[in-house]
Design a protein around this ligand. Structure first.
Ligand SMILES: O=P(O)(O)OP(=O)(O)OP(=O)(O)OC[C@H]1O[C@@H](n2cnc3c(O)ncnc32)[C@H](O)[C@@H]1O
Ligand SMILES: [Mg+2]
Length: 204
């Protein structure tokens, strides 16, 4: 496995995955690199359902193993919103800045101690001859009052990471990989990697 197809159209996720696969010498190819667009409808009600949908549908279309990622932000004071709707919280088309504005407005008047939130991520791997597997991770923090930092994507500028004393967007890619929801899911996936490479070898 010298390259891996990640079934995502999100450039920010692609960068995270490049950082995560770098130590394995594995190159990341995403749906953005394909000639034909693939956009799987995310009709599930959980991160796990959507991750499986994206991985299985894309694997069926391409006829090879793919990894997908479904993720989002859960804010306690907003009863778990935006959750599985994180990408399009402020409506179509997907707009990270508008999503952040909507979260900050929703939390108007909510004091510092009541702004707990968590990022969640479920990775799924699916493909020919493989039983679909999932790996999950989460990252606890709180929603800041304003944006900080230039790294990352999505809600990173307003997600305060207490262990680092910084916003997620202030962390370098390798610092984010070490503590993020995607990093945690990825480390579980890594444990399974030797088995998966073995299975890939059996098929060739
Ligand atoms: O479905 P794909 O094509 O992978 O791309 P997407 O952006 O639509 O991805 P999701 O459906 O999984 O929605 C995840 C959203 O949650 C947010 N999100 C997920 N992980 C994040 C992270 O590490 N940092 C900041 N925001 C994140 C961000 O708004 C994403 O658009
Ligand atoms: Mg999506």
């Amino acid at each position: 496995m010298k390259e891996v197809l990640v079934a995502t159209n999100n450039k920010g996720k692609v960068k995270d995955f490049e950082e995560l696969f770098k130590p394995h010498g594995i190159q990341v190819i995403s749906l953005k690199d394909l000639d034909e667009p693939i956009e799987v409808e995310e009709t599930g009600t959980t991160f796990e359902e959507n991750a499986i949908l994206k991985a299985e549908e894309t694997a069926k279309i391409l006829g090879k193993w793919v990894i997908s990622d479904d993720s989002g932000l859960e804010i306690d004071a907003l009863n778990g919103e935006p959750g599985v709707y994180s990408a399009r919280y402020a409506g179509e088309p997907k707009d990270d800045e508008a999503n952040i504005d909507k979260v900050l407005e929703g939390l108007t008047g909510v004091p510092e101690g009541s702004r707990h939130a968590r990022f969640r991520c479920v990775l799924a791997i699916a493909g020919p001859g493989l039983e679909t597997q999932t790996f999950s991770g989460s990252c606890d923090g709180s929603i800041a009052f304003e944006r900080k930092g230039e790294h990352g994507f999505g809600y990173d500028p307003i997600f305060h990471v207490p262990s680092e004393g910084k916003a997620m967007a202030e962390l370098t890619p390798s610092e984010k990989a070490a503590i993020s929801h995607r990093g945690e899911a990825m480390r579980k996936f890594e444990k399974e990697l030797p088995n998966l490479i073995g299975k890939a070898g059996d098929r060739s």
